[in-house]
Design a protein around this ligand. Structure first.
Ligand code: AVJ
Ligand code: FE
Length: 392
């Protein structure tokens, strides 16, 4: 938990109070909201729920309730401002550590068994770190306190355009032991037809060819500069790197690209079957590279079917709606997953360079609106095996 907090504070270290409080985009919370919300979630679950104590300030719970307060009004709420939020974070943490000292991890209480609530708290802070990075892309002249340039230098391996995944019964979802979110369970088997999946994420070069051919809108942060495509993030403009995966595309754009390429987006179970065997240890994750490695990197850590970068670099849109697995049970609260089930949200898989490493696993399900582009979303296409007999 200390490491997670250090990381959160490192992300905001270069920012002024004004930048922390500023609303950059109506669909993104000001950074200061995330900081208060991270601490308030900790207070709610550990200090109040587990420790049985009264909140430090009773009115904060409502202000930091993500369901009650939609993102577009978060800048107008009387939330803690930059000078107040750090003391609040510290006071909560002090009480959390007191509770930690007293508590027994009662195996009969599902929230405490195997330290579930601590894992949940960590995953929550980690996920908000990624939301913060989405906003940091828009902050003029943001200079990260720490950057790891090595993912961009990872060597690239050649290979076929697509790899084959066997048909038949595939096990999907998280096993019963270990931390996972409710939406990843129960593990169940799914029958799949054999299919092909791109060995690597779709590159900027491929996406630029699609734009050339169709005149479609470029990804978020791109613009034309003469013949070249350039992109501007954190106030810096650079030429789009052709070999890196395309990022910041909506589901609609991903779907249109796949159809243009004569392919389709993978379904969620297809994606997970293709990711089987991928390792998060050799992947561009953890928020320090501030960009992608080249498509085709980390080939030594390919999944069992031979696909690379299933984890890390860019989230990958699937064709699937975010729905409950058969036998789903909301745990520990329905507002994490259950209230979002339906046909409104599409599932993304695999995590991005902006995802903390501990959050991701092949069963992890992310979801967002199909119009969303400020997330670190990219594309990997699939195709029915029967449509490409020559490749199998
Ligand atoms: C899983 C990324 C869609 O940010 O809305 C954070 C994660 N849930 N706090 C979100 C989450 C509660 C969630 N996503
Ligand atoms: Fe949250």
């Amino acid at each position: 938990m200390e490491e997670a907090r250090r990381h959160t504070l490192t992300l905001v270290e270069p920012l002024t109070e004004e930048q922390l409080n500023r609303v950059y985009d109506p669909i993104l919370s000001p950074l200061i909201w995330d900081l208060g919300h991270i601490a308030n979630f900790e207070e709610l679950w550990l200090v109040q729920r587990i420790g049985g104590r009264e909140p430090l300030r009773g009115d904060l719970g409502e202000l930091y309730d993500a369901i009650e307060q939609p993102r577009k009004i978060r800048g107008e709420l009387p939330i803690l401002k930059a000078d107040e939020v750090r003391p609040y974070m510290e006071q909560v943490r002090e009480r959390t550590l007191e509770v930690l000292d007293e508590i027994e991890l009662d195996p009969e209480d599902p929230v405490l068994a195997d330290g579930f609530v601590y894992e949940m708290l960590l995953a929550h802070e980690h996920q908000h770190n990624e939301t913060m990075l989405q906003l940091l892309q828009m902050v003029e002249a943001y200079e990260p306190a720490r950057v790891d340039g090595s993912p961009a230098e990872e060597p690239v391996a050649e290979g076929p355009e697509m790899v084959m995944v066997e048909g038949g019964s595939h096990e999907i979802g998280a096993r019963d032991v270990g931390f996972a979110y409710d939406n990843e369970r129960p593990r169940h088997s799914v029958e799949l037809e054999p299919f092909l999946i791109d060995r690597t994420p779709v590159t900027n070069a491929a996406y630029a060819a699609y734009l050339e051919d169709t005149g479609a809108e470029p990804p978020m942060y791109w613009r034309r500069d003469g013949e070249a495509w350039v992109r501007t993030v954190m106030g810096r403009t650079e030429v789009v790197e052709p070999e890196q995966p395309v990022v910041h595309v909506s589901w609609h754009e991903a779907d249109a690209f796949a159809r243009w390429a004569g392919k389709r987006l993978p379904t969620e179970p297809e994606w997970e079957a293709a990711a089987n065997g991928a390792s998060r240890e050799r992947a561009n994750l953890d928020q320090l590279s501030f960009g992608c490695s080249k498509a085709g990197a980390y080939a030594d850590a390919a999944s069992d079917c031979g696909a690379v970068q299933m984890l890390g670099d860019v989230w990958e849109w699937t064709s699937s709606d975010f729905t409950a697995y058969p036998g789903f049970r909301a745990f520990p609260y329905p507002e994490y997953s259950e209230v979002f089930f339906g046909d409104t949200y599409k599932v993304l898989r695999g995590g991005a360079w902006a995802t903390r490493r501990d959050v991701i696993r092949t069963s992890f399900r992310n979801w967002d609106l199909p119009i969303r582009r400020q997330i670190f979303s990219g594309i990997r296409c699939a195709r029915d095996e029967s449509e490409a007999p020559g490749l199998s």
